[in-house]
Design a protein around this ligand. Sequence first.
Ligand code: GRF
Length: 199
Amino acid sequence: LRLGVLASGRGSNLQAIMDAIEAGRLPAAVAVVISDNPQAHALERARARGIPAAALSPAAFESKDEYERAVVEKLQEHRAGLVCLAGYMRIVGETMLAAFPNRVINIHPALLPAFPGLHAQRQAWEYGVRYSGCTVHFVDGGMDSGPIILQAVVPVLPEDTADSLAERILEQEHRIYPEAVALYAAGRLEIRGRRVFIR
Ligand code: GRF
């Protein structure tokens, strides 16, 4: 399975995927990393592994649709079979979803459907929940709203700050994202409506 990874920043989930591949835990290859942010550390992480890395600035395009067409072209050029969003800070539009139907997945740092959107770990901490976690899900046109593949639960401790909670959630992200990609690669995920069955 050839992966196209879209990342806007730090790229630690990209790193976890590359490490899982290197360790033989994930039968896949990162074919290309694309960022909407030329400064993204994710691009350097890819280049350090000899993986093609491209920055595509939305501002350089006429419209979101034009921008996404360029992203899709890049993904197709590298023959990506699955698109992994890894800290990609944009809502995926119809252009990309039509090009990769049920082939775009995302990791979100909360137990969806609780706390979608930005700063989910801080949202959870401020709300005062006892448990939060992370979710890998298929991407649809909404905000963090597609069918759920895997989740991991992380307790919120009394001494936690939003940052310490985010750190413990991140450890679980790095565990379940490669695992979800491996399930996809093995053809073990079946979407039926909102439900994803693992066979
Ligand atoms: C992660 O917390 C992920 O769940 C969210 O954005 C963050 C990206 O971190 N979607 P990184 O760039 O993978 O380090």
